[in-house]
Design a protein around this ligand. Structure first.
Ligand SMILES: Nc1ncnc2c1ncn2[C@@H]1O[C@H](COP(=O)(O)OP(=O)(O)O)[C@@H](O)[C@H]1O
Ligand SMILES: [Mg+2]
Length: 399
């Protein structure tokens, strides 16, 4: 299937006589060398990537790494020095002025960090702005703007003035403006960077929720790795205008392309990126319900946990045999563990975040069970292994 956005060998050189600098860049000169030899800024240096339809693609890098220039070249707000951009298989450089206007107004909506709300217009008018640009008439404009405001949790605010709103609410209006247009690509350039951390977190959650319903294609820019990890289906890491790595959050954390990325991800909150499948292992042993309680208890005595999963057909979990119950069963003459099981154990699925496992691990003394949708045991996460995974040592631990 065709990608929604395809970027191939994109370059941007700022400053006079860019072709000279471009030639040097083609020959391998990096940003620092170009700056020194020609005085030009090599803002974007051979960037290629593809974004699938409905994907939330994050471009991440420090300030100055070329993120904004890349995103502005997608709709040619900035003219590339070389390379090509295709949207839906259509090369943007081939578009006539009218086609380019249509692309910007209808196909791609932009949200900026400090996008301009008109302070003396109402929230409703601000949300409808993109539609007005598209030539959508009243009352259709109001209706769709109202819907978008409702989506971002601002219904009832349409008649207030923009400058009456807090920063976080203003950013919601910006989001509503972008959503109202029906554009199937959203370009978001650090839209949450100016917000304080809690509001920012809310906005990230809101975007994730909205995206799970609307499945637009989103190119989201951030300099914040945690934000990138939280939002991105995939992340493209830029440094000095070049792509250093493209991958999912867990791929980048688990296998950084070089020392630069490794250092960058060193202090990311791993617990909010990595999932149970990365920390789980095969259970050392499992039992069937006909096993004798003495045998199981003797085995448990040698383990650092005090219960073991009992499996039926298909590895379906029937329950946990816990040492205290087994001991009581033995005193009462039970023949098999099947009657002694408890359902008091922690369950997770393969994609449960480690941060959520940490809460579960604190409440249970039996390793967490990782189950598939049919209740079959995929693996277990003992506490020691969870701690190791959180510390970034999963490869070396056999807990
Ligand atoms: N219009 C311009 N003229 C000259 N240099 C520019 C221009 N716009 C951006 N740059 C430079 O290009 C580099 C990349 O900038 P930018 O794309 O804004 O990075 P980011 O968005 O990652 O902070 C920076 O060194 C910046 O100073
Ligand atoms: Mg920028």
């Amino acid at each position: 299937m065709n990608p929604h956005i395809r970027v191939e060998h994109l370059y941007k050189v700022f400053g006079p006589r860019p072709q000279r600098a471009l030639q040097a860049a083609h020959d391998g000169a990096d940003r620092a060398e170009i700056q020194q030899r020609f005085g030009n800024v090599l803002a974007v240096d051979d960037v290629s990537f593809e974004v699938g339809r409905g994907e939330l693609f994050v471009v991440m890098g420090l300030s100055g790494s070329g993120k904004s220039t890349v995103v502005r070249m997608l709709n040619h707000l900035i003219e590339p020095t070389a390379g090509s951009v295709e949207i839906d298989g259509q090369r943007v450089e081939d578009l006539e002025p009218a086609g380019l206007r249509r692309l910007r107004a209808q196909k791609m909506s932009m949200v900026f960090q400090h996008f301009a709300l008109f302070p003396h217009r109402t929230v409703g008018q601000n949300a409808a702005y993109g539609l007005a640009v598209q030539g959508v008439d009243e009352p259709e404009r109001s209706r769709r703007a109202g819907q978008a405001l409702e989506t971002v949790g601002l219904s009832g605010w349409a008649d207030r003035y923009a400058d009456e709103l807090s920063g976080g609410m203003q950013q919601r209006v910006g989001l509503a403006r972008a959503l109202a247009t029906d554009a199937d690509v959203l370009l978001m350039d650090e839209p949450f960077s100016a917000l304080d951390p809690l509001i920012r977190r809310d906005m990230q959650d809101l975007l994730v929720t909205l995206q799970s319903e609307m499945h637009r294609t989103i190119v989201f820019i951030t300099h914040d790795l945690n934000e990138a990890m939280r939002l991105g289906d995939r992340i493209c890491v830029l440094k000095d205008g070049r792509v250093v790595q493209i991958g999912t959050g867990p791929e980048i954390i688990g296998d950084p392309a070089n020392d630069y990325v490794a250092e960058f991800v060193a202090d990311v909150d791993r617990s909010r990126v990595l999932t149970a499948d990365l920390a789980m292992r095969e259970p050392r042993r499992s039992f069937t319900p006909d096993a004798g309680p003495r045998e199981v208890l003797d085995w448990l005595d040698e383990q650092e946990f005090n219960g073991v999963y009992v499996l039926g057909d298909d590895r379906r979990v029937l329950g946990v045999a816990r040492d205290d119950r087994l001991a009581r069963g033995i005193r009462e003459g039970a023949a098999a563990i099947g009657d002694l099981l408890t359902q008091d154990y922690a369950r997770a699925s393969a994609d449960t975040l480690l941060s959520d496992l940490a809460g579960l691990a604190a409440q249970h003394t039996v390793p967490i069970a990782v189950l598939d949708d049919n209740g079959r045991l995929l693996g277990v996460v003992p506490r020691a292994r969870l701690l190791a995974a959180l510390a970034g040592e999963e490869a070396h631990v056999d807990a």
